[in-house]
Design a protein around this ligand. Structure first.
Ligand SMILES: Cc1cc2nc3c(=O)[nH]c(=O)nc-3n(C[C@H](O)[C@H](O)[C@H](O)COP(=O)(O)OP(=O)(O)OC[C@H]3O[C@@H](n4cnc5c(N)ncnc54)[C@H](O)[C@@H]3O)c2cc1C
Length: 436
């Protein structure tokens, strides 16, 4: 091989990683481990993208942009947290158990998968979701045989409208939590992957994990420290505006005031949201359709004591029959999540705050007349719409430019657009560029 050809191999030189969300952080970490010098650029003034914490001036508390949960099945995400030395910042409950409350009827139950792959829990009336029969759960097999164009509703909804308690209390909450898309339009195949990797494997794969202190403390700050410790450079306030291409290579990055040449032998990972990547790359097909998640962070009034005590090792509660899907409690801040929140995301923040405070007061037995401090965060493009049509548009890491790879939760990792997918996508991009 001539010296020029060897210098031109993208498997050698520095890698420019653009976007410091979890996909970019994962790519940068992996590239550093593979011995590649890394330069990481982020448009915002902080890293983390859609998974970050900050101190909120109104609440005077550190809050997450939105509640995030991992399951034990999310092995890449958990390995990432362990690799950056933050394993002890995740809660580790002893049981795989998800407490639920129906805000309309007042009924409560706990979904607690059995040990091992046989779901004994559905054969016990005491452990089943109230109003359901064991036979109802067996319809899950229809997901396993779903076609590429089938929605969850195509497989599991009954004709005639009334889908029964299992639909309302299990399939809808599970689908919107896992896919941020309502089951009437969510991909049945993708939900099957979630069920196969979690419930179908039993309790060991279902243990929930949440960041004890905050998302940044678990996923972001330790990752930045690890990348810097590997010699990586991190620059904030750098928004990529254009790329220069020559034949099958990227040769420069345009950050507005700063132009960065991409030298022979160097490579680029674009770890941006789908619309950003598609705007910068001519001809890239990407799933642009997104779904919102709305979060309310409520600082409880002084002296307010929740009557319902949430387990200290996993202070979460699933909700049905109201507006909110999940309630997390950290210190004196209650955080509520509404996924696939197309309707709520368009309503005024004060209205959303009143609605979600009503759910909180009912769930925790608090005085609904109190007027706590509330912060509403609307993530209008929280994830891609995980519909059969959109999933067909997910590209892999490879592009037509041989020194450019894609990463992001929306790329074709096979997993729902989650932390797990973001971390896997970063690893896939790094591996692709490191190939000799
Ligand atoms: C409210 C909410 C709740 C969620 N709950 C869960 C959950 O419970 N479990 C779970 O696993 N996942 C959850 N997710 C999904 C998870 O947060 C995402 O899948 C993950 O954070 C995506 O990471 P990413 O790196 O692919 O994208 P992003 O986080 O979007 O990162 C992209 C980065 O690129 C930067 N950027 C954009 N344009 C440019 C540019 N031109 N130049 C330079 N930088 C640029 C952005 O500022 C951003 O930092 C949730 C998401 C939200 C919003």
């Amino acid at each position: 091989m001539t010296e020029t050809a060897s210098r031109d191999r993208p498997s050698r030189g520095r890698v420019h990683v653009v976007g410091a969300g979890l996909a970019g952080l994962s790519a940068a970490l992996r590239l550093g481990k593979l011995g590649r010098p890394v330069a990481l650029y982020e448009a915002a003034s902080q890293a983390g993208g859609r998974c970050r914490s900050y101190v909120d001036a109104k609440l005077e508390r550190s809050i997450d942009n939105g509640n995030h949960m991992l399951l034990a099945a999310n092995t890449a995400a958990l390995d990432f947290v362990a690799e950056i030395g933050a394993g002890d910042t995740l809660t580790r409950p002893d049981r795989a158990a998800f407490p639920f409350l129906d805000l309309a009827s007042g009924e409560s139950w706990t979904v607690e998968p059995s040990n091992g792959p046989i779901p004994w829990w559905i054969f016990s009336a005491a452990r089943r979701i109230p109003g359901t029969a064991a036979g109802d759960y067996l319809a899950a097999w229809k997901l396993a045989f779903a076609g590429a164009d089938d929605t969850v509703a195509d497989c599991l909804a009954k004709s005639g409208g009334d889908n029964g308690p299992l639909w309302e209390r299990f399939w809808v909450p599970l689908t919107v939590a896992a896919l941020n898309t309502h089951p009437r339009e969510a991909s049945a195949r993708l939900l099957w992957l979630v069920v196969r990797e979690s419930f179908a494997k039993g309790a060991a794969a279902c243990h929930p994990f949440i960041a004890r202190d905050g998302l940044s403390e678990t996923f972001v700050d330790p990752a930045l420290a690890a990348i810097r410790a590997q010699g990586g450079a991190v620059a904030f306030g750098r928004r990529l505006r254009a790329l220069t291409f020559q034949a099958d290579r990227v040769t420069a990055l345009d950050f507005g005031e700063q132009q960065v040449p991409v030298e022979p032998g160097e490579a680029v990972v674009l770890a941006l949201p789908p619309a950003g990547a598609a705007d910068l790359l001519p001809g890239l097909q990407a799933p642009r359709d997104a779904r919102p998640i709305v979060n309310a962070h409520i600082r409880l009034p002084e002296g307010a004591t929740p009557q319902r005590r949430l387990a200290p090792d996993l202070p979460i509660l699933g909700l049905v029959g109201g507006a909110a899907d999940w309630l997390f409690l950290r210190g004196d801040v209650v955080s509520l999540t509404v996924s696939a929140a197309e309707d709520l995301a368009e309503r005024p923040a004060e209205e959303v705050a009143a609605l979600l405070w009503r759910d909180t007061a009912r769930a925790l037995g608090l005085d609904s007349q109190a007027e706590p401090l509330v912060r509403i965060i609307k993530e209008k493009r929280a994830t891609l719409a995980q519909t059969p049509a959109a999933l067909k548009l997910r590209p892999g890491p490879r592009t037509r430019w041989r020194n450019l790879a894609l990463a992001g939760d929306w790329t074709d990792t096979g997993y729902p657009a989650t932390i797990e997918s973001a971390v896997r996508s970063g690893t896939a991009a790094a591996r692709l560029l490191a190939k000799p």
